[in-house]
Design a binder for this molecule. Structure first.
Ligand code: NDP
Length: 263
């Protein structure tokens, strides 16, 4: 029996155990997925091996630390320096990023996305911004504090804090902050958030399983919006393929994982 887990702080809200266990159980794959509360990111690697894990996911706020903890990082995670999926390959910790492609899967139904505002500058934002730029989408970034913008300033995107922000017309605005996750905060001051939302066609929040104050505002303003559930599904399917070393069919993983959203 293989053991998998998700590391985070907080981690009790995570639906990943439900999603992956639904796949393992219904497709007769001998594995179990649990959750691990981790306060000190420096302990990620030793905890992973002490628990004899075959693989793991990493959530807030440890994704950048996960990148540093890996023996080897593969694919898109190398471009962004952010890891959300870990695989134990013969005692070596291999890191991947499935968040960005999971998000692209989620916004497939939004048409003509050429100009995106990303709110937040953490691990998720880094992955999404790099992925959008890969598709030649124009990207602006807004973050509460200036410190985390430094890395983004090396990229071809416009970077703002609340103080110097200038609203433009956007096709999509994405909240990648954790504002609204365990509190009732908006990702930016109320008036600024209102101004931003009145200048976009579509709205997305990376947070799932909760109508955040950000999405509540978007709904009130009659915007087309979605929470992070489809992003979660997309990243989960890709992570499960890595966990099971592509032994299960993608469409079967997707079907069983989606069913777990009803639970
Ligand atoms: P990080 O901790 O790396 O980054 C958090 C970001 O949020 C920072 O930019 C921080 O700004 C900002 N922030 C935190 N609190 C506030 C606040 N009260 N007001 C404004 N800005 C704030 O987090 P991640 O990038 O890893 O994750 C972000 C969110 O995305 C989480 O809620 C997570 O659950 C969700 N997520 C969902 C996924 C899905 O599949 N649906 C996948 C991945 C993430 P500052 O720099 O000023 O501190």
């Amino acid at each position: 029996m293989q053991l998998f887990s998700i590391f985070g702080n907080p981690v009790s809200h995570s639906r990943s155990p439900l999603m992956h266990n639904a796949v393992f159980q219904n497709l007769n794959y001998k594995a179990c997925y649990t959750r691990t509360f981790l306060e000190d990111a420096k302990k990620l690697k030793e905890t992973f091996f002490a628990l004899h894990l075959s693989g793991a996911n990493v959530t807030v706020p440890h994704k950048e630390a996960a990148f540093d903890a890996c023996d080897e990082v593969r694919g898109f995670a190398k471009t962004v320096g952010v890891v959300n999926t870990l695989v134990n390959e013969n005692g070596k910790l291999i890191g991947y990023n499935t968040d960005a492609d999971g998000f692209m899967y989620a916004i497939k139904e939004f048409k003509k996305i050429e100009n995106i505002l990303v709110i937040g500058a953490g691990g998720t934002a880094r992955a999404l911004v790099a992925r959008f730029l890969q598709d030649n989408i124009k990207v602006s970034l807004l973050n509460r504090s200036a410190a985390r913008l430094a890395d983004f300033k090396q990229m071809p995107c416009e970077c703002y804090t609340w103080d110097n922000f200038q609203t433009q017309q956007y096709d999509l605005v994405v909240n990648t902050t954790s504002a609204g996750l365990k509190d009732e905060n908006l990702p930016a001051p109320k008036e600024l958030t209102q101004e931003i939302l009145s200048n976009t066609n579509y709205v997305a929040d990376a947070i799932y399983g909760k109508m955040t104050p950000f999405l509540q505002m978007a709904k009130k303003m009659n915007k087309t919006y979605k929470d992070g559930a489809d992003m979660l599904l997309g990243q989960g399917v890709l992570a499960n393929e890595l966990f099971t070393n592509h032994k299960l069919k993608t469409e079967d993983i997707q079907r069983e994982m989606k069913k777990s959203f009803q639970l």
